[in-house]
Every structure is written in C-alpha cells, then in structure tokens.
Design a protein around this ligand. Structure first.
Ligand code: SF4
Length: 254
C-alpha cells in the first residue's frame, strides 16, 4: 500500500505552499462564469497559454451564450484551431451555449450535477468552475495534482477520483478553497513531470517520493550510513584465470 502523509504533515505542506502564494488564481483568461466554462472546456490537453491566446480574441466577439451560439461552429473553429482537438471542442462549446440558453436561462448553473449535463463538461471542469467562479471548496484533479498527490504521499490514488476523495479527506478545511491552485502551481513549476526540482522545493523534508532529484548533490539530505559493527571484511578479489589460449601456447612449448 502506498505511504501516506500524516494529517500534521499535510497541514505543514499546505502551510508552506500557501506562504509562497497566499491568494492563488487561475492562469486561464476569463471574464465571468460563462467565459470560464468555455476556457476550461478548451483547456483539456492544451496549455493555458495556448488557450489564452485564442480566447482573448474569441471573447472580444463572443462572451455570452447568445453571441457564442450565433457565432456558430465554423466561425468558432477559426478562433480556436490552434488548440488541440479543436473540432470536437467547437462542437461542444456551441452545444453547451445552446443548452445554457434553453435550459438555464442563459446562466451557468452552480451545482456539479447540472454542470456535468453540459456538453464537454466532465467532473474536472465542473470542479474548476465551482471553485473559481462560485467559491466552492472543490479540488479538480488534473495531471499536475495527480502527480503531486501521489509523489508526496498527500493523497495517493490510482485514478483522479480516488485522489480527489483522498484530498478532500486530508486537506484541512482552512486550505480547501485554494488547495487546487496551490497543488497545480507546485506541480507545474516545481514538482515537474520529468524531473522534479527538489533542490528548490519547500516541502522536501515532508515529501515521501523515493526518487527525488537534486541539482546540487551537496543539498541532498544525507542517507543514514549502515554500519555492520564487527563484521570482517570480505575478500572480493578473485584469482585470475589463465586463458585457454595461454594453456595451448604452454602445451606447444613443452
Ligand atoms: S521534494 Fe521533489 S518530488 Fe517531492 S514535492 Fe518537492 S519537487 Fe516534488
């Protein structure tokens, strides 16, 4: 079973992450709940930077469900074709704009159940919208949070839902609102996927990850030396064997 942090250590972890960025915010560009839903739906398997480039132009012309629906799939596609999976995303954004108009009076709903009815909106997107737009203490588990939670031992889990439920249990109530952003920022800039930057990490002493990566080996916490008191030294050298060639030569000479 994967090792877990204690409640006290989880508290210290959040304390340290929160000191660095006391009031974290999403890096996605948005103006209101509607533009946030669209931005988060577009951000699946894409970078925030890439999404922001496209949405700055898009939201200048279509920042309401009405305007988005009348823009249509083809024109919307022209704004977002630099983003991965854009065809499918364009279809979903138009469909969700129409559903907001038809079933929610054009307003973005606030519950997870209703949000998940919108085309292209899954549990993760619903959690982000509830947290960022409506201040709900939800934690949307993306690739960064999944990695940080497993590496540190904060909330180990085999899938995003397992990690999300683990985080809800272990996160002290006072840190729940911003936990999502603190963990994302930590994963994005410090505990990076390929090589975590353990030398500059502020939670090295708490983290349970076995393969920490230190730039400067001198900073690496020393491993306790194992001493086998009184044990005799083993001779490891083995006598050299004479090669078969050598034996043949000797025979020929005699
Ligand atoms: S010590 Fe390394 S592995 Fe652990 S959280 Fe920090 S950066 Fe990630």
């Amino acid at each position: 079973m994967a090792k877990k942090l204690t409640r006290a250590k989880a508290h210290t972890l959040y304390e340290r992450l929160s000191t660095k960025v006391p009031a974290p915010e999403t890096e996605l560009y948005y103006k209101d709940p509607f533009t946030l839903v669209v931005a988060v739906a577009l951000s699946a398997q894409a970078t925030d930077e890439g999404v922001n480039k496209a949405t700055k132009k898009l939201f200048a012309v279509a920042d309401t469900p009405e305007k988005m629906a009348s823009l249509g799939e083809k024109k919307l596609g022209e704004y977002i074709k630099t983003i991965g999976l854009w065809r499918n995303k364009a279809k979903n954004v138009i469909a969700l704009s129409n559903m907001l108009l038809d079933e929610f009076d054009g307003a973005v709903p606030q519950t997870r159940e209703e949000l998940e009815k919108l085309p292209g909106v899954g549990r993760k997107t619903a959690n982000v919208v509830m947290n960022v737009a409506f201040g709900a203490p939800t934690i949307a588990v993306d690739t960064h949070i999944f990695r940080v939670s497993n590496r540190t031992g904060l909330a180990p889990g085999k899938n995003p839902l397992e990690v999300e439920l683990g985080l809800e249990k272990i996160t002290p109530p006072e840190f729940l609102l911003h936990a999502h952003h603190w963990l994302i920022l930590h994963g994005r800039y410090i505990c990076k996927a390929r090589t975590p930057d353990c030398s500059t990490c502020t939670i090295t002493d708490i983290c349970l990850y076995k393969d920490k990566a230190f730039k400067d080996e001198a900073k690496k916490p020393a491993k306790p030396k194992r001493k086998m008191a009184g044990s005799p030294k083993l001779k490891t050298a083995t006598p050299k064997r004479k090669s078969a060639k050598h034996k043949v030569k000797k025979k020929a000479a005699s």
